[in-house]
Design a protein around this ligand. Structure first.
Ligand code: AMP
Ligand code: GLY
Length: 405
């Protein structure tokens, strides 16, 4: 069976790495990266052409941009099997206003909000909220479309950077969880819960990034909480939108229960790295079932111990950064028992160099969270490139939570 993975980041490397462990599966990636090339055949060119040329039996889409642009609709029109939502359902990520209206209509718990057409309307609406207040640009913004304003001056400054229509919403307090379910258009099965670390620096300080590390641990949610989120958030969405693919609910666990901060219509990055690392089951039958509308009764098993992924980023990221820095120590890190997923890397004269903001995701498991964290950091310390920076507190919220149980 030939499976094509669309994308070139750490998320897609982790997916290819997992799929390559399934018997009888040949993995292809479009366009892929040097890490993916170790477990998959990388294909240049357009996704649809790549899928046709290899005769893909199944395609899995990583990033949101092709989903919002309707790649899944094109595949389905040709009768080709693909895991991902159609362009209509992808608006749940593509437009924050579409998503908020959908939450209201479907009675999905979320922050109170208003939508505004421009800065003048925004100034009038802001009077109805307490500070801090959250301002969100409507369209895809690669993680840069959200501002949390602490006071009126910060809100005014945000209006200068966020153009066009906006969502203004109540600031929610609590712990953030990434809840991802695999959906087949009618039903869905949960993946294990994960926690991302979005801020650039330790202690959740600094600007927001795409994610500086994540861990996957059974202690994140109880079985009852998982069931509740499936019933109040995921299943109503799957039924209303005939949602196929990965539905990722960014949740705030508030004192009043889980509330949706945002929907993504894909796997998270870096959440996928610890997810694939910790998944015990063969993932291929579940992906085929999702593409065919046959997920009912399918379950996924997870290793008992947690997995932790530490992202190594380029100097300056998430601001401006240089690329083309030689990377050393990947093999050494892997001899310490970690798996190093490539994100922004390229091959140059036989050497692996940096080619993006988030460069590598060093991922390790352990008998408990403390051990998994220690193993991931021991391996991360083997790797060097000029300007490299990473957070040193990935998973620490999990340790603190365990200490209070
Ligand atoms: P989003 O792209 O909507 O997930 O927003 C990016 C980040 O901003 C989230 O991961 C949260 O950390 C934060 N955020 C977004 N909305 C809210 C909210 N209503 N209350 C508190 N924090 C929020
Ligand atoms: N790690 C957050 C995201 O994938 O959107």
């Amino acid at each position: 069976m030939k499976i094509l993975v669309i994308g070139s980041g750490g998320r897609e490397h982790a997916l290819c790495w997992k799929l390559a462990q399934s018997a009888g599966v040949e993995v292809y990636a479009c366009p892929g990266n040097p890490g993916m090339a170790r477990v998959a055949t990388c294909m240049p060119g357009k996704p649809l052409e790549a899928a046709i040329s290899i005769g893909a039996d199944l395609t899995v889409v990583g990033p949101e941009v092709p989903l919002v642009a309707g790649l899944v609709d094109e595949f389905r029109a040709r009768g080709m099997r693909i895991v991902g939502p159609d362009a209509n359902a992808a608006q749940l990520e593509g437009s924050k206003i579409f998503a908020k209206h959908f939450f209201t209509q479907s009675r999905i718990p979320t922050a109170a909000y208003v939508t505004v057409e421009d800065a003048t309307q925004a100034r009038m609406a802001l009077g109805r909220f307490n500070y801090p207040v959250v301002l969100k640009a409507d369209g895809l913004a690669a993680g840069k479309g959200v501002v949390i304003a602490q006071n009126a001056a910060e809100a005014e400054a945000a209006l200068a950077t966020l153009q066009g229509k906006l969502v203004i919403e109540e600031f929610l307090r609590g712990e953030e969880i990434s809840f991802i379910a695999l959906c087949d258009g009618k039903t869905a099965i949960p993946l294990a819960a994960t926690q991302d670390h979005k801020a650039a620096f330790d202690g959740d300080l600094g600007p927001n990034t795409g994610g500086m590390g994540a861990y996957c641990d059974a202690s994140l949610l109880t079985e009852a909480q998982t069931q509740n989120i499936m019933e109040t958030v995921i299943l109503p969405t799957v039924r209303a939108m005939n949602f196929t693919g990965f539905l990722y609910a960014g949740l705030m666990m508030t004192a009043e229960g889980p509330k949706v901060l945002e929907f993504n219509v894909r796997l998270g990055d870096p959440e996928t790295q610890p997810l694939m690392h910790r998944m015990e089951s063969d993932f291929v039958p579940a992906l085929v079932a999702a593409a065919e509308g046959n997920l009912a009764g399918v379950t996924l098993e997870w290793k008992k111990g947690p997995s932790v992924c530490v992202v190594l980023a380029s100097g300056g990221y998430p601001g401006a950064y240089e690329t083309g820095k030689e990377i050393r120590g990947i093999q050494m890190a892997e001899t310490r028992g970690a798996t190093v997923f490539h994100a922004g890397t390229k091959l140059h004269r036989g050497m692996v160099e940096t080619a993006g903001g988030r460069v590598l995701g060093v991922t390790a498991g352990g008998a408990d969270l403390r051990e998994a964290i220690a193993k991931a950091y021991e391996a991360a310390r083997c790797i060097q490139f000029e300007g490299m920076h990473y957070r040193t507190d990935i998973g620490h919220k999990g340790l603190a939570r365990k200490a209070t149980i």
